[in-house]
Design a protein around this ligand. Structure first.
Ligand SMILES: [Zn+2]
Length: 293
């Protein structure tokens, strides 16, 4: 059976869209039981909202997918509380307050769900990755910025929330963050802020003292997260963690030395760059009111 026939015949398909700061990917999931999908499209993320909308709609319309349950969208941006639009997006300012979900519903005649990329990353790792056996856990991405989402569950119920881990304030830190606050964790861990301060990309920094400081500050942020939410495990993702494998053992050692009264297991996220698109599709496996955007 060809892919095309397979797609046309499958009415339990879902579409996942991952809108990153740089690229957008669209995939077809024939089932939500596995993280496998077919690539439908990949294009540079358009800064102009109308252009981005047009390209998503055209990609879905021309993909031969005639029957699907819904479209899940992961965005590198914060989603309004009702889950229908984007309301904070330093990298995509033109998208703010546009009726994104309704525009897609109208054009593609399909249910649409939106979520922050950290929420989608968490959902993917919870369903198929390293967080499967944890009821209380987090997904933390350490990249251009530092973002996170938490999952707090018990038995058959759970709540998932996007949180601003990068903008927690560390005592004694007088550096001004790009968000406007003084003292944020992200002044030490955000790739963009590091590049602005050091005048070179973090990928070019090999200085041991730099990485010790980086690890120390991020470990404090993770310990605070564990104390505030009583989570048991964190899946770490994002380019900085994935490209510097020495970081995770350093962080775990710091966390173990600092955190008292509980333990926090740090793990490398398993799904890599596919986590947001996989999580976007799996939004349809979860009632909307389980997610606090
Ligand atoms: Zn900040």
């Amino acid at each position: 059976m060809s892919n095309t026939q397979f797609i046309r015949d499958d009415s339990s398909s879902h579409i996942g869209v991952d809108i990153g700061g740089t690229n957008t990917r669209i995939g077809l999931f024939s089932s939500l039981d596995t993280p496998n999908f077919l690539n439908i499209a990949r294009f540079p993320t358009y800064q102009i909202y109308e252009e981005q909308l047009h390209h998503i709609i055209e990609a879905v319309r021309t993909s031969n997918v005639q029957c699907f349950v819904g479209i899940g969208v992961s965005a590198a941006a914060r989603i309004a509380k009702d889950g229908r639009s984007i309301n904070v997006a330093p990298n995509l300012p033109d998208y703010i307050d546009k009726p994104f979900a309704e525009d897609l519903v109208e054009a593609l005649d399909s249910p649409v769900r939106l979520a922050h990329d950290t929420v989608c990353g968490l959902l993917a790792e919870k369903q198929f990755g390293i967080l499967r056996r944890y009821d209380r856990c987090a997904y933390v991405t350490v990249s251009t910025g530092t973002g996170a989402a938490i999952h707090l569950g018990k038995a058959s119920t759970s709540l998932i929330s996007s949180i601003e881990i990068g903008h927690q304030i560390l005592d004694g830190n007088s550096l001004r963050c790009l968000c406007g606050q003084v003292g944020c964790l992200e002044t030490f861990t955000g790739g963009r802020q590091i590049e602005l301060r050091y005048g070179r990309p973090i990928a070019n920094i090999t200085d041991k003292a730099f990485w010790e400081l980086f690890s120390h500050k991020l470990a404090i942020g993770l310990v605070n997260l564990a104390q505030l939410t009583r989570i048991d495990a964190v899946a770490l993702s994002g380019a900085i963690v994935l490209h510097n494998q020495f970081l995770l053992p350093m962080l775990q050692e710091e966390v173990n030395a600092t955190l008292k009264g509980s333990t926090l297991e740090l793990k490398t996220a398993k799904l890599g760059e596919d986590a947001p698109i996989v999580g976007a599709a799996t939004l349809f496996g979860l009632p909307e009111d389980r997610i606090l955007h």
